[in-house]
Ligand binder design. Structure first.
Ligand SMILES: [Zn+2]
Length: 152
């Protein structure tokens, strides 16, 4: 009994030393064929390995590569934030309004003295610069991702 246990221990150590998917040595195979306890232990190891694999390779229903679905697969408690999609509408509308205002003041303000029109154009230049800076600042996420995409 004692010698059998030592033999089993030796063969189990041999088994645990093996790399994944490495072929079993002949002596170990023979021992597993005749020793029921070791065979059961090896089977339990195999089942445990499969159980570990299952939790990692958990399939995602109707695979959707979006971040939200991946996050949901990792953590079922993950809440999808209802962030409205990025809208360019208000930027386009305010840009068009700005151009209309510039044209309107440019046309109606031609008879006024040149010093006033210079300050008027300077103010508009400032507004356009602020508009562009705000546009880039508010959509920084998009610009950063776009730049990263080109850098790859
Ligand atoms: Zn054994």
């Amino acid at each position: 009994m004692d010698t059998k246990n030592k033999k089993c221990e030796f063969y189990m150590n041999e088994f645990l030393k093996l790399d994944k998917n490495e072929r079993l040595p002949l002596s170990l195979t023979l021992h597993l064929l005749f020793c029921k306890e070791c065979r059961t232990t090896v089977r339990k190891f195999t089942l445990a390995e499969q159980a570990c694999k299952l939790s990692i390779n958990k399939p995602v229903d109707d695979f959707d590569p979006s971040v939200d679905s991946i996050m949901k697969a990792i953590n079922p408690n993950y809440e999808v934030n209802d962030i409205p999609p990025l809208s360019m509408k208000r930027w386009v509308v305010s840009g068009i309004l700005m151009i209309i205002a510039m044209l309107f003041f440019g046309i109606t303000g031609t008879d006024s003295d040149s010093q006033l029109s210079v300050s008027f154009y300077l103010v508009f230049a400032g507004i356009v610069t602020a508009y562009c800076a705000m546009f880039v600042g508010c959509n920084m996420d998009f610009f950063v991702k776009h730049i990263n995409k080109f850098a790859q």
